[in-house]
Design a protein around this ligand. Structure first.
Ligand code: SF4
Length: 297
C-alpha cells in the first residue's frame, strides 16, 4: 500500500480505526443508541465504527450457506409479525395459513400451545421506549410488554434460534440490560403515570423451538443502578472516542461482514451449529437492525 493511499485511508479511519475529530462530532450530534449498536461496540469497537459512523453495510456475507441464513431470517421476521398480529386481536384462522413452512408451522403451534401469563395485563406490542442516557438518547423496541398496573411489568421477547443459548450468555447480552433498564426509566405511562419499579420488572426470552424452556430474568434496584450507570458510561465513552480498535477475539470476525476492511479473512462462518453463540449473534443483528431501522429518527 502506497504512503498517499495509506494517508487517505487513515483520514477515513480505515487503517487503524482512528477517527478525524470532526467525523465523530457529526456522528455524536444525531445518533440514537440501541441495544444492537451497543452490542456491536461491546463485541468490537471497530465494527461499531464501520456500521454506525461509516455506514458501511454488508460488504461480506456473515454466515454460510447464504440462502439458508436468509430463509431463517425471513421466517423469523414473519413469525414476529404473526405473533404481533395475534396479540392485537387478529383471529388465529386468519394467521395460521401464513405458517406455510415446517419451521413457521412448528413455531406457530408452539406459540398457540403455550400459556403466557397475560391475564388482566395490558398488552403493549411493538412498543418503542426512549430516554436520555448520558450525552445521547437510548431507544428500544419491545416485542411485548405486559403490564398489570402497580404490580408487574413483563417484557417478552420471541427468539427463533435453532439452538437454545445458555442463560449466562443471554444474561450478558446488551438487550437484557437495555430493555429492563429502559422500561424502568421510561415506562411510567404504561403504569398509570407512576414509574415502574425495578422489582416489578421481569424479562422473558421465549424460544419458539423450545417453548417449555424460556429464560426468565427478574430485576432489582441494585441491578437497575448498575445497568444504568454502565449504559450511560458506555454511551459517553463512545461519544468521546477517537480510536475504535479491532477486537482481539478474532473468532468473532468469521461471522462479521466487515472482514475485508480489517484483513480478518475471506471465509464466512458456517451455520452448522459448531459455534452457536457466534451464529446467534450474527442472526440477531439482522433481525434487530431491521426492526430498529423502521423507527429510527
Ligand atoms: S472483522 Fe473483526 S475486527 Fe473487523 S469489524 Fe468485524 S469483528 Fe471487528
Amino acid at each position: 500500500m502506497g504512503n498517499a493511499y495509506r494517508r487517505i485511508r487513515r483520514l477515513r479511519g480505515e487503517v487503524d480505526g482512528t477517527m478525524p475529530e470532526n467525523k465523530n462530532s457529526e456522528f455524536t450530534a444525531f445518533f440514537t443508541f440501541s441495544q444492537s449498536s451497543l452490542q456491536d461496540y461491546f463485541d468490537c469497537p471497530r465494527r461499531f465504527q464501520l456500521r454506525y459512523i461509516e455506514h458501511l453495510a454488508w460488504p461480506a456475507i456473515e454466515t454460510e450457506p447464504v440462502l439458508e441464513t436468509e430463509r431463517r431470517q425471513q421466517e423469523g421476521q414473519l413469525f414476529h409479525r404473526m405473533v404481533q398480529q395475534h396479540l392485537v386481536g387478529l383471529p388465529v384462522e386468519k394467521l395460521t395459513p401464513l405458517a406455510n413452512s415446517p419451521d413457521l408451522s412448528r413455531w406457530w403451534e408452539n406459540y398457540l400451545g403455550y400459556q403466557f401469563e397475560l391475564d388482566g395485563c395490558t398488552k403493549n406490542t411493538e412498543l418503542v421506549l426512549t430516554a436520555p442516557a448520558g450525552s445521547h438518547r437510548l431507544l428500544a423496541k419491545y416485542d411485548l410488554v405486559a403490564v398489570l398496573p402497580g404490580r408487574k411489568a413483563i417484557i417478552f421477547d420471541w427468539k427463533t434460534y435453532h439452538r437454545r443459548p445458555k442463560d449466562e450468555w443471554m444474561a450478558a447480552r446488551m438487550q437484557t440490560r437495555v430493555y429492563r433498564a429502559l422500561l424502568v426509566k421510561a415506562g411510567a405511562h404504561l403504569n398509570g403515570g407512576t414509574p415502574i419499579q425495578p422489582g416489578q420488572v421481569e424479562m422473558v426470552y421465549w424460544y419458539a423451538d423450545f417453548p417449555s424452556e424460556p429464560t426468565r430474568f427478574p430485576y432489582n434496584p441494585a441491578q437497575f443502578e448498575r445497568d444504568w450507570d454502565a449504559l450511560t458510561g458506555i454511551i459517553n465513552e463512545i461519544a468521546n472516542l477517537r480510536n475504535f480498535p479491532l477486537t482481539e477475539a478474532e473468532k468473532k470476525c468469521a461471522y462479521c461482514p466487515f472482514r475485508s476492511y480489517c484483513n480478518r479473512g475471506g471465509k464466512a462462518g458456517a451455520l452448522d451449529g459448531s459455534d452457536i453463540e457466534m451464529e446467534t449473534a450474527a442472526a440477531e443483528f439482522n433481525l434487530n437492525f431491521e426492526q430498529i431501522a423502521e423507527i429510527e429518527f
